[in-house]
Write a protein that binds this ligand. Sequence first.
Ligand SMILES: Cc1cc2nc3c(=O)[nH]c(=O)nc-3n(C[C@H](O)[C@H](O)[C@H](O)COP(=O)(O)O)c2cc1C
Length: 220
Amino acid sequence: MELLEGIETRKSYRAFKPTPVTRETIEKILRVAGRSPSYTNTQPWEVAVVNGQKKAELGAILHRLAESGTPGNPDMPRPGEWPPELDKRGKEHGARRYEAMGVARDDRERRRELSLANYDFYGAPCVLLIFIESSLTSWSIYDAGLFSQSLILAAHGLGLGTCLQASLGNYPDAVRSLLGIPANKRLVLGISLGYPDNEALINQYRSNRAELSEWVRWVG
Ligand SMILES: Cc1cc2nc3c(=O)[nH]c(=O)nc-3n(C[C@H](O)[C@H](O)[C@H](O)COP(=O)(O)O)c2cc1C
């Protein structure tokens, strides 16, 4: 796949086939993503690859916490409020996504189910959790973002689908405890990985983008 085409055609998938992804394939993706640039080549990203029984246990724990309404305690701060123009884009994304699935605006139960599907990794056979040392600053989070983009593009290049999920960082203590990850590792987010189910309605949805004129300022 040509590079620009790969960047342009990548999208988030939210339904996967159960087909496992081989360790060899995951290693290939990780090795390519590891070529991402980072602040003075510090390569701050650390990845837990969670498969099989552990993935099922992790999903069950996270799903239970979310379903019971347990307040999240993510390691990554969220803005209290988004600036209005960003908030508008986020709301539009949510609305279009539900619309694409034929879910009515007031169908709270179905919306809740779709939101909880995050914690089942949207049916993906594998989830990658991205950590960095807790003493690190925004620069390393930036690097983890570059790494994540490389990773999802590499997966796309191999015919795999991904979904970046901040929601998987909502209960970091439960994740660390189950996976035996030290407390000084900050959970950035999770990435569900698998072969996309192209028949699923949710995967027909393609997100919009703002016009250049909304975010580019030409100077000179
Ligand atoms: C930092 C970050 C966190 C995200 N968290 C979630 C999430 O928790 N659940 C989800 O379904 N999608 C999540 N997404 C996916 C975005 O909704 C998606 O990237 C955006 O709507 C653009 O769509 P596209 O990826 O299909 O181009 C996240 C994306 C990013 C970059």
